[in-house]
Design a protein. Structure first.
Length: 205
DNA sequence: ATAGCGATGAGCT
DNA sequence: GCTCATCGCTATA
């Protein structure tokens, strides 16, 4: 399958992109180890007018500056002092849109992922939850700003679409009314999802 | 210079 | 359901 290209990442509807990414394959080749998985859960964060976005109202700091780059680079940051969360930057330069990868379904390099996660058997918690995804794939802050069409981290397109569930984003209660936006997407009937809520609804296409 | 806190996860009740 | 580990980012001074 082909790598997603610059034209893909530079599209301006970050919510549509977050939904589309469900079913594509995230691949890393880090420390000489190849690992990959089908993306099963994403969240969209829209620059400027989204209170949950780190770049809300154009906030520009050492941490957020890469968000303003042309779509197609990685935004990795440390959360709660422990977890490295991996995001995809999208849209044109100066539009700080981002997509958080919250879960994947492992497809290759399972042994490497188990070792990185200190686990002995494959189960949903291996790669469910944004912190776990990064740890399993070997992604860390050293990949901040990395090109997503390079050799270390890239995404392969899909041939078929999966049923997708739409929901509210997790862990952003501080964002007021924007916490209610249905900008979280996950694959239906897939165990590799971080958290399910009652009000979740299928996406109509 | 520094207080406050977060796009989480694991473990225990 | 509840606690807490753990530390860099951010705002404020």
């Amino acid at each position: 399958m082909k790598k997603l290209n610059a034209a893909f990442y530079q599209q301006d509807d970050v919510v549509a992109l977050a939904r589309y990414l469900i079913g594509t394959e995230l691949v890393t080749e880090i420390d000489g180890l190849k690992t990959s998985g089908i993306i099963t859960e994403t969240e969209a964060y829209r620059g400027y007018d989204d209170k949950a976005c780190h770049a809300h109202l154009g906030r520009f700091t050492e941490r957020t500056k890469v968000m303003y780059e042309t779509g197609g680079v990685a935004y990795v940051y440390l959360c709660y002092g422990i977890h490295h969360l991996f995001n995809i930057i999208t849209n044109k330069k100066h539009n700080a849109d981002a997509i958080l990868i919250r879960a994947i379904q492992p497809t290759s390099g399972l042994d490497h992922m188990l070792k990185r996660r200190n686990k002995s058997k494959v189960e949903a918690s291996l790669t469910s939850g944004p912190g776990n995804v990064s740890k399993a794939l070997g992604i860390s802050k050293s990949h901040y700003g990395k090109d997503l069409q390079g050799s270390q981290i890239y995404i392969l397109d899909k041939t078929k679409t999966l049923p997708v569930i739409q929901s509210v984003r997790i862990g952003i209660d501080y964002a007021g009314e924007d916490a209610q936006l249905p900008w979280r997407f996950y694959a239906a009937d897939n165990p590799y999802v971080s958290k399910k809520l009652k009000a979740d609804t299928p996406c109509q296409e």
